[in-house]
Design a protein around this ligand. Structure first.
Ligand code: NAP
Length: 529
């Protein structure tokens, strides 16, 4: 597939003009062909106008018809084969197994959403029959269900070039719910974005979908994202990235004359609590697991465990010694972009400079050699000093973690209480540990979207029960998930039809239930057929 470097605007292409940028190979620092051109204001307007035009017809298609489209996208992604793999590896320095795994996850989640809309009950259809004879007032017939919101803008993530980018989870959930999508390509993997965009476009053609159902825009600097978020015809946004970028765009979305829902997944420190019996029984095994989790993907996971809380008297368990050794021996590896590696270096320097902080391994942030190399880092601090330094509760994106040693149970609770919203919290404990620490676990439940027991938070399973979100600042709204099929609810809104003639009702709400979906009728769930 030949890469052209221009935006995909519905069925057409943007001009080869405007601010230019290139993807960079993070392992070597080399710039990759071709140049990518910034979408002009007229091109942005055209993409949004096409999406607005497509919103009606696309939103009125049945779930079954949209499911065919989503499955075609999955097939087209798989058909990209080795060309996609090679481009992703060149742009990200991610290893082959990871790229293959992420490709499978991306196609798999498209098909998972296809299954959900094929089955159809996700729309939460409810029917309350009317009663003209009710006293003192007649009761109207009321029927409601979820409907698409309109054009959705998606910001691709830096660290998941496939599964959370152009045809990733946000795009899949927005398309599944019946919305056209305009993707703002992440500057770190421009060629990957173009290839995935072409795969979506091929499926649009094959399935006879309206052209405007998908566009992919390239842009240098913050301006493209700002214009899209403020565009009056954009109705919702899905974002994955940093707290700084997410917060800036979230504020723009809220300040519009018509504020729109803005769903951002941002940074997270993902605390791990190791309880005393588990520490004594398997401290060394936990150290091995932590080393793997902290360094997976060079620490560039939003679920990376950035702090580990363990008993002050933990030294006999072998955990600290073993983890210090293995973190120190972890080879330097390339991060995704120069910006991310610079931010990591600065973050590590700031943690290392905190009063009371001990550097157990690493501490410089970067390693020798070409590319954007990052050195794994391990720190240790007392519970008291951790509590006195609130900036330590913020994510350092990369392969580093802080061992926090509270003086006892009360201080561990104070640490948990001081945490901001997080995507995950992890507890290592025996049955007896867990029983003795119910208060801690109940406290953590209020702070996170996912509680992990005796495992590690990295590697999110994409399913129907998945929650990848959490109270602010882990996510912008704290009430949704951006991964898993429940994420479809972000891009739909409830609409009620009162006393509507049967002929105008969507099939999901018609009396005979022609789609055979599960519905709530008169407050009782009726199973679908
Ligand atoms: P980033 O700098 O926030 O960039 C994300 C996207 O937003 C890019 O397309 C960027 O493009 C745009 N952007 C950033 N600031 C902007 C602004 N002020 N105005 C308009 N657009 C803006 O994030 P990153 O460095 O790519 O990614 C690393 C971060 O992502 C980490 O903090 C990580 O934890 C987080 N992350 C979170 C999750 C999750 O699910 N919670 C998953 C993966 C990563 P331009 O720079 O071209 O404008």
């Amino acid at each position: 597939m030949e890469l052209q470097g221009t935006s995909l605007i519905g069925g057409g292409r943007g001009a080869s003009a405007g601010g230019e940028m290139r993807a960079v190979n993070p392992a070597t620092g080399e710039e990759l062909e071709p140049s990518y051109f910034t979408a002009s204001r007229a091109e942005i307007d055209e993409a949004v106008a096409l999406a607005t035009e497509a919103a009606g017809p696309y939103g009125r298609l049945s779930g079954k018809e949209r499911a065919v489209f989503l499955r075609a996208i999955a097939d087209e992604i798989e058909a990209l084969g080795d060309a996609l793999k090679e481009r992703v590896m060149a742009e990200t320095a991610l290893p082959e197994p990871r790229v293959l795994g992420e490709t499978a996850r991306t196609a798999g989640q498209m098909r998972l959403f296809a299954d959900v809309i094929d089955e159809g009950s996700w729309v939460r259809a409810r029917i309350d029959h009317g009663d003209p004879d009710r006293e003192p007032m007649s009761k109207p017939d009321m029927r409601s269900m979820l409907r698409p919101v309109g054009p959705v803008v998606v910001f691709g993530a830096s660290n998941f070039p496939l599964a959370l980018s152009t045809a990733g989870g946000d795009t899949a959930s927005a398309l599944a719910a019946g919305n056209p999508v305009i993707v703002k390509a992440h500057p770190a993997h421009l060629g990957t974005a173009e290839m995935m965009g072409q795969a979506v476009r091929a499926a649009v053609k094959k399935c006879g979908m309206p052209d405007g159902v998908f566009s992919l825009l390239f842009g240098l600097g913050n301006q493209l994202g700002e214009v899209l978020v403020q565009h009056p015809d954009v109705k919702a946004v899905g974002f994955t990235g940093s707290l700084k970028g997410g917060r800036a765009l979230m504020d723009l979305a809220a300040a519009r004359p018509e504020p729109i829902p803005f769903f951002a997944e941002m940074g997270s420190i993902n605390p791990v609590f190791i309880l005393p019996e588990a520490l004594a029984e398997r401290g060394e095994a936990i150290a091995a697991g932590l080393q793997g989790a902290v360094n997976l993907g060079v620490g560039q996971f939003c679920t990376n465990p950035g702090m580990v809380v363990l008993d002050a008297a933990s030294d006999g368990s072998g955990l600290v010694e073993k983890l210090t050794g293995s973190m120190g021996e972890t080879p330097v590896a390339a991060m995704l972009t120069e910006g991310i590696s610079e931010a990591y270096k600065a973050g590590v320097a700031s943690v290392a400079g905190t009063e009371g902080m001990k550097v157990l391994a690493g501490g410089k942030g970067s390693g020798d050699g070409a590319g954007f190399g990052a050195e794994a880092a391990l720190f240790e601090i007392s519970g008291e000093a951790f509590l006195a330094n609130p900036e330590l509760r913020h994510e350092v994106f990369g392969p580093s973690t802080i061992l926090v040693k509270p003086s006892g149970k009360e201080e561990a609770l104070a640490i948990a209480r001081s945490m901001e919203g997080n995507l995950t919290a992890t507890v290592h404990g025996t049955e007896a540990d867990i029983e003795a620490n119910r208060e801690l676990i109940e406290l953590l439940e209020k702070k996170v979207g996912r509680l992990v027991f005796n495992g590690y938070p990295v590697g999110v399973e994409v399913g129907h029960a998945t929650v990848h979100g959490g109270p602010y600042p882990a996510s912008a709204d704290g009430q949704s998930t951006s991964i898993g099929t429940m994420s479809i609810y972000r891009f739909a809104r409830p609409v009620a039809w009162q006393d509507a003639p049967e002929s105008i009702l969507p099939q999901e709400l018609q009396e005979a239930n022609p789609l055979g979906i599960s519905r709530m009728v008169e407050g009782k769930l009726e199973a679908g057929s």
